[in-house]
Ligand binder design. Structure first.
Ligand code: FAD
Ligand code: FES
Ligand code: FES
Length: 483
């Protein structure tokens, strides 16, 4: 059994062992199973036409999460429940409440996006809780509809009802899921995909195969296959390792396992630092956040990854592991040069340690991108100031999009330290950024814009201390006026 993946579909445990290492779930559904309700639009995680829902045990509780099947390798199904659009209607053909609401509200025209939208709304409903407008917008940010327009779709979401009508059978599903969790290391396709059961197994496997490519959520790696048609060689699937999915708060810091998804990390970090909640809401889409891991975001080493600046500003540290040896380092030291990290052969990221909030600390993070939802940052900023006696005693300002790696702004930090955090100090720090960065111009932003906006964010951070956001009035120019 260890050499197969096991997952639940329609209440039955399915076994799969003989599939190409980078076979995507979308191709499996459409080509191997004839389940063509799930559509292919962009094949790169952007449009949501391929949305399916995975049920999984998270801290002992069954949660349903929407994911993009087009960039999800089949191995990621191991230990999960799969729900596709074909599974929603009852045996008598009665529509699921989500489907019925879409019909009643005329939420579909050509219908191409509709299965994906239905699955995103199904996942939202399965989460429980009141179906409020902002939750609906967030749930649908990764679903592109090119013809209906979102008003009727949002109306359907608000009308589908808050009572979840999930497909699975609650406690029975949880029991079955428990029975299929991986307890021993497995291999698929004559060892071309390795599925370690624990972090210890992963450490041993990587020592034997330092050339192997790790796959966590596959939201970066998946595109190397679907867009670049790359042969990835030996794969080690780390997304399902239970040890790497833990989050523990102790000794003034939250330790987040590297395979914790961005969605789960966002729930926990957003509870500690409410400023981060909006940042993570704008990280990809719900489908991307439900697959992507924090470890994958960091290991990818992109200068425009969203989590790094904010985690660097907070003073987070990484735990790297090679065999039984572990080393810890400040996150900013991990990035050596453009897409080059401190990882050595056979080493992997085991955990990220994030300091817990402190009352004497001012903190903010900002994402600048052309669209609010589902866009890559032009500039990303994380700011953290330790205050004592009305003065800044330590400053940590970190930016993405300003250099070849996520980086701290040392000159700007020096301009803040030892001074009260007032408008003049903020302006001086903003001016000092020119010593820290010579950003590039590219299709997302010009160098001059990047430098200007980064400085303005420091000024905004200072203004926010004097003007709580709740007191700011925003004028809505749409009919209806001020909000
Ligand atoms: C549509 C779309 C939207 C996106 N939007 C955003 C966004 O808004 N902001 C943003 O920052 N990113 C975004 N991304 C990029 C991507 O989602 C993130 O970089 C993601 O966090 C990667 O995590 P993953 O688990 O999917 O990594 P994977 O794709 O599985 O792996 C990425 C890299 O990390 C390595 N790796 C994974 N885990 C480990 C580990 N434990 N130790 C060492 N190496 C490891 C892999 O070998 C690979 O090189 C988006 C991607 C898509 C497709
Ligand atoms: S096909 Fe567009 S997100 Fe998968
Ligand atoms: S109904 Fe045509 S794309 Fe949405």
């Amino acid at each position: 059994m260890a050499d197969q993946i096991r997952f639940l579909h329609r209440g039955q445990v399915q076994h799969l062992g003989d599939f190409p290492p980078t076979r995507t779930l979308l191709d499996h559904l459409r080509e191997d199973r004839g389940l063509c309700g799930t559509k292919e639009g962009c094949n790169e995680g952007d449009c949501g036409a391929c949305t399916v829902v995975l049920g999984g045990l998270e801290e002992g509780r069954l949660r349903y999460r929407a994911v993009n099947a087009c960039i999800l390798f089949l191995s990621a199904l191991d230990g999960k429940e799969l729900v596709t659009v074909e599974d929603l209607a009852g045996p008598d053909g009665a529509l699921h409440p989500v489907q019925q609401a879409m019909v009643d509200c005329h939420g579909s025209q050509c219908g191409f996006c509709t299965p994906g939208i239905v699955m995103s709304l199904f996942a939202l409903q399965a989460e429980g809780g009141a179906v409020e407008r902002q939750r609906v917008d967030t749930a649908l940010a990764g679903n592109l509809c090119r013809c209906t327009g979102y008003r009727p779709i949002i109306e359907a979401a608000c009308r589908m009802g808050a009572d979840p009508a999930p497909v699975g059978k609650g406690a029975a599903t949880e029991e079955l899921l428990r029975s299929i969790q991986r307890r021993e290391t497995g291999q698929i396709k004559d060892g071309k995909v390795l599925l370690p059961a624990s972090a210890d197994d992963l450490a041993a496997l990587l020592l034997r195969h330092p050339e192997a490519r790790l796959v966590a959520g596959g939201t970066d790696v998946g595109l190397w296959v679907t867009k670049q048609f790359r042969d990835l060689g030996l794969l080690i699937h780390v997304g399902g390792i239970a040890d790497l999915q833990r989050m523990d708060a102790a000794d003034g810091r939250l330790t987040i396992g590297s395979a914790v998804t961005v969605a789960r990390a966002a729930e926990r970090l957003g509870g500690l630092y409410p400023e981060m909640a909006e940042l993570f809401r704008r990280y990809g889409s719900a489908q991307v956040r439900n697959s992507a891991t924090l470890g994958g975001n960091i290991a990818n080493g992109s200068p425009i990854g969203d989590s790094m600046p904010v985690l660097i500003a907070l003073g987070s540290r990484l735990v790297l592991r090679r065999g039984d040896d572990r080393r810890e380092m400040p996150l900013e030291d991990f990035f050596l040069a453009y897409r080059r990290t401190a990882l050595t052969a056979g080493e992997f990221i085991e955990a990220i340690r994030v300091p817990l909030p402190r009352p004497d600390r001012l903190f903010a993070c900002y994402k600048i991108s052309k669209r609010f939802d589902q866009d890559i940052s032009a500039v990303m900023a994380g700011f953290c100031l330790d205050m004592a006696g009305g003065k800044v005693v330590a400053a940590r300002l970190a930016f993405g999009g300003m250099a070849g790696t996520p980086q701290r702004a040392r000159a700007a930090e020096a301009a803040l330290t030892g001074r009260p955090f007032d408008a003049e100090t903020a302006r001086d720090a903003a001016a000092a950024l020119a010593q820290d960065f010579q950003p590039l111009s590219d299709m997302r932003a010009s160098a001059a814009y990047r430098l200007a906006v980064a400085g303005n964010l420091i000024v905004k951070f200072q203004l926010a201390q004097t003007m709580p956001l709740g007191a700011v009035r925003v004028t809505n120019f749409a009919p209806g006026g001020e909000v």
